[in-house]
Design a protein around this ligand. Structure first.
Ligand code: NAD
Ligand code: ZN
Ligand code: ZN
Length: 382
């Protein structure tokens, strides 16, 4: 089969690989019909994620057709069109039993802190991902769901990560009616978080980024007020000014460890690798929220880094909530929202890239060229 393969930081290409075999009776093999590149894939692409091995295939957002099932699979049959959550999870451990699917205890022999994720380094289990023609889906009775007839394929693929994660970001904010919600990051995740904040009763929604074209999308897709942090000396002061000097009720970090906006942090993280990332957006969130407010973190953070304003979080009495999104838990409500038109995920799609040209796709998405917000990946045989 053809598959995207990691060759080292900023280097990916498409290679010939064996079609993955069934390894366990509850595996399925899925022929991928549509995939996507996630902002999280950029952390791998930039060499920021520990134990990302040369030869690995990325891709944790994909839909496809069931090609083969193991002997114990009961919920799927060959030919079913399925959407697959980015989390790999067993469905029965202590954590899965409590809906903490992203924290499953049975799927990742390499780490206890994180569960399994398709195509997301050996730190996250070493599973190959869906930027390929075929992918092995473990616990096939647990994760995948048959795509409803009424659902658009481009909506379905975004429901495997970007959309549930943005929605989850808003959920973790515990938004109550009338709240002022600030979202840092206008990527797909932040845009959905902003849109979802309205669905949860927000009174004002503000989105902060430094890419004008994405801020424009925040206005049209999420009806948000927008701030370009590059235009202000101190974006936190602006957030204070616009909230009567109290701060926002809820702040959502949809940026993660590769945040821009602070030169020293950038040099010590991305350039010198003295720390595992830059906590700029997280610190802006801690500073912009009001005392007693909630900071929701869905931006991805990996290894240790320094200078997080934890003392301020304590002294302000903040609630900090965060996790990898338990995708399947979000589906029942999100399916309703998509079906009823409250959320139109495919409005985020800007690029449809043939699998063979995925290296160019990574470059465009990483460098934020050509108005890129969400690139989909289309295998040749799809
Ligand atoms: N928790 C989860 O389950 C989960 C799932 C998916 C993605 N993620 C993470 O969410 C984050 C966003 O994902 P995405 O696909 O939207 O990525 P993206 O790279 O497309 O978007 C990130 C945005 O943040 C902006 N940004 C950079 N520094 C900023 C700052 N200091 N303040 C405000 N904005 C800033 C960038 O310009 C960009 O528009 C990533 O870290 C990704 O890894 C987490
Ligand atoms: Zn992702
Ligand atoms: Zn589990």
């Amino acid at each position: 089969m053809r598959a995207m393969v990691y060759r080292g930081p900023y280097k990916v290409r498409v290679e010939e690989k064996d079609v993955p075999p069934i390894e366990h009776p509850n595996d399925a093999i899925v022929r991928v019909t549509l995939g996507a590149i996630c902002g999280s894939d950029l952390h791998l692409y930039h060499g920021m994620m520990p134990d990302t091995r040369v030869g690995m295939t990325f891709g944790h957002e994909f839909i496809g057709v069931v090609e083969q099932v193991g002997s114990s699979v009961q919920n799927l049959k060959v030919g079913d069109r399925v959407m697959v959550p980015f989390n790999i999870f067993c469905g029965t451990c202590w954590f899965c039993a409590r809906g903490l699917y992203s924290n499953c205890h049975n799927v990742n022999p390499n780490a206890t802190a994180v569960g399994g994720i398709y195509g997301y380094s050996h730190t996250c289990g070493g599973y190959d991902g869906g930027q390929a023609e075929y992918v092995r889906v473990p616990f096939a009775d647990v994760g995948p769901t048959i795509i409803p007839d009424w659902m658009h394929d481009e909506d379905a693929v975004l429901l495997t990560d970007a959309v549930p994660t943005g929605y989850f970001g808003a959920q973790l904010g515990d938004i109550v009616e009338g709240d002022v919600v600030v979202v840092f990051g206008a990527g797909p995740v932040g845009l959905v978080a902003a849109r979802s904040a309205w669905l949860m009763g927000a009174g004002r929604v503000i989105v902060v980024d430094h890419l004008e074209y994405r801020l424009e999308k925040a206005r049209t897709f999420a009806q948000a007020e927008i701030y370009n942090f590059a235009e202000y000396d101190d974006i936190v002061v602006e957030m204070k000014k616009t909230t009567g000097h109290l701060g926002a009720d809820v702040v959502i970090d949809a940026v993660g460890a590769e945040a821009d906006g602070n030169f020293l942090q950038h040099v010590t993280s991305a350039k010198l690798k003295l720390q595992g990332g830059s906590p700029v957006a997280l610190n802006w969130a801690i500073d912009s929220v009001r005392k007693g407010g909630t900071v929701s973190v869905v931006g991805a953070y990996g290894p240790l880094f320094s200078a997080v304003k934890f003392g301020d979080a304590l002294n302000k009495g903040l609630t900090l909530r965060m996790n990898q999104c338990p995708v399947k838990r979000q589906w029942p409500r999100l399916f309703e929202h998509v079906r009823n038109g409250y959320l139109v995920p495919r409005d985020l799609v800007t690029h449809r890239i043939p699998l063979e040209e995925i290296a160019e796709g990574y470059h465009i998405f990483s460098a934020k060229l050509d108005g890129c917000i969400k690139p989909l990946v289309v295998p040749a045989a799809a």
